[in-house]
Design a protein. Structure first.
Length: 123
């Protein structure tokens, strides 16, 4: 057991740093800063590119939605115009039928008989 303790003490004993150790550590720190700067610059550029794509996607979506709204409005106006035309035609046909049934059509009969409506009543 004593031998094990002695080996542990030897292995864990304080030792001085090898020569040039501090210089190597400082060099690595400097390299790490340069890498981080490069990496942060790259991240910054990629973030800007992603932001441009995001703005473009949102803008495209908004434009497409606007175009769809314009198309729907145009279709609604066309449908409204067709309904008004159909109502106008139906009103004209209804007026013609009503005039024919209420006697306004007798004026049409007089024209057809050459204005001799009294002949039709004498029969």
């Amino acid at each position: 057991m004593r031998d094990l303790e002695r080996r542990l003490e030897h292995a864990l004993a304080r030792k001085g740093a090898p020569s040039g150790f501090a210089d190597r550590v400082m060099d690595r720190l400097d390299e790490g800063r340069v890498r981080r700067r490069r990496r942060s610059g790259l991240v910054r550029h990629l973030s800007r590119i992603a932001a441009v794509f995001l703005v473009a996607a949102i803008g495209t979506g908004a434009w497409l939605q606007h175009q769809d709204t314009v198309r729907q409005k145009r279709e609604a106006e066309e449908a409204s115009m067709l309904v008004r035309l159909a109502l106008h035609i139906a009103t004209e046909k209804t007026n013609i039928a009503r005039n024919h049934l209420t006697g306004s059509g007798s004026a049409t009969k007089q024209k057809a008989n050459g204005g001799n409506d009294h002949e039709a009543t004498n029969d």
